[in-house]
Design a protein around this ligand. Structure first.
Ligand code: GLA
Length: 384
């Protein structure tokens, strides 16, 4: 999908060296939102949007990272990596390098060129793509190979411990381990997964509300705190409950009144979302698309009303899709508070669907959305 030629050529011009090139995709989540850090289930798909990373060794002990998207480069000393973030795009790649160093890898000097087309701030995991592409490039230069799930954990740590965004494992995991034409039902407790094939007649129509989303934002962090608060109340009665993954709707009925109203609603979302996600994977695997669509609708309602992580624009985008020909299911995807909706649409209707949805959304909100018809792509790898 991604032609490495332009990246090779600007890397060669800038660094006078031939790079090894790697690609890592963004993702869209079909269902299972804010369940990953509760050790629950998610069902993401890797998409065609991706980050490319080109790497070549240097002999001067420097790490030079160039971003074609920003048209800027940053220089670090391999022997004196920064201890923390500087609120800069380079925090993601240098954060990964710093976690690899903390793992005990000897970090050499290198030149790294980055270029990506995952729309930024759209909830399609541009940061995970950047991290995973960097991690693959740097580990391959060092001559170390990590299994995909391990690589994903290291990248998540870069985001948690270096960048300072408290995300779960979903985005890095699917970027590293995606399978072409499949969604992954991922168990975020032990990182085992089941592949759920996306039927050939189903298109992934991703509709960008153009409202910016950020995992570093206060909404994500406060929701996560409320989920943990709800879990602590249940755990005070049932100590074996370590995460909301272990809790049931019955627990909520018994002890929900001891929670703050927000913790109760957030916990109800997470507990029911786990059930929906497992059911949705079953529906996808058994080709029960009507059931899948119903679960997505329920998931959106829960995300919007109980989790309160939607926004007027995303609710509008979902509502406006409902009676368009070909729709199977629609919901807001990703960390929330903006970003994109995912629409599963019968392929033969996908183009008309996208056009009609864009027109309706522009009409209602005055915002011109970007709509992409994507396919489920493979996970991160080297491009020869
Ligand atoms: C962001 C985070 C993920 C996950 C989702 C919500 O994408 O990076 O870990 O928590 O939000 O499902």
């Amino acid at each position: 999908m991604h032609d490495p030629a332009p990246l090779r050529s600007f890397h060669r011009n800038r660094f006078q060296a031939e790079p090894a090139v790697f690609v890592a995709p963004g993702r869209v989540n079909l269902i299972g939102e804010h369940t990953d850090y509760a050790e629950g289930f998610v069902m993401p798909v890797a998409i065609d949007f991706a980050t490319l990373a080109g790497i070549s060794p240097r002999t001067d002990g420097k790490i030079v990272i160039y971003s074609e998207n920003y048209g800027k480069e940053r220089v670090f000393e391999a022997a004196a990596l920064p201890a923390g973030p500087s609120q800069h795009w380079s925090d993601y790649p240098i954060g990964v390098v710093s976690i690899l160093a903390a793992e005990g890898l000897a970090i050499p000097g290198f030149s790294l060129s980055l270029w990506g087309d995952v729309p930024l701030g759209s909830g399609l995991s541009s940061s995970a793509a950047l991290e995973v592409a960097t991690a693959l490039a740097v580990t391959s230069l060092i001559g170390v190979t990590y299994p995909g799930p391990v690589l994903a954990r290291l990248c998540q740590r870069a985001e948690n411990e270096f960048v300072g965004a408290n995300c779960g494992i979903m985005d890095q995991f699917i970027s590293a381990n995606g399978e072409e034409d499949h969604a992954l039902l991922l168990d975020c407790r032990d990182l085992s997964f089941k592949l759920a094939p996306i039927p050939a007649n189903v298109a992934l129509v991703i509709a960008n509300t153009m409202v910016k989303h950020s995992v570093a934002g206060s909404g994500y962090t406060s929701r996560r705190a409320e989920v943990e608060e709800g879990c602590a109340v249940i755990a005070s009665h049932r100590p074996e409950v370590r995460f909301l993954r272990d809790a049931t709707v019955d627990d909520l009925a018994r002890w929900g009144s001891e929670m703050s109203p927000n913790a109760l609603k957030r916990s109800r979302h997470v507990i029911t979302e786990n059930l929906r996600t497992v059911a949705a994977a079953k529906a996808l695997i058994t080709h029960n698309l009507t059931e899948l669509g119903r679960l997505m609708a329920e998931a959106h309602a829960s995300y919007s009303q109980d989790f309160e992580a939607s926004c007027v624009e995303a609710d509008a985008m979902v509502a406006l899709a409902q009676d368009l020909p070909g729709l199977i299911g629609a919901r807001l995807t990703g960390g929330g508070f903006g970003g994109c909706t995912i629409n599963l649409v019968e392929r033969e209707h996908a183009i008309e669907f996208a056009e009609a949805l864009a027109a309706r959304y522009a009409d209602q909100t005055g915002i011109v959305p970007q709509i992409h018809i994507c396919h489920a792509s493979g996970g991160a790898h080297r491009i020869e």
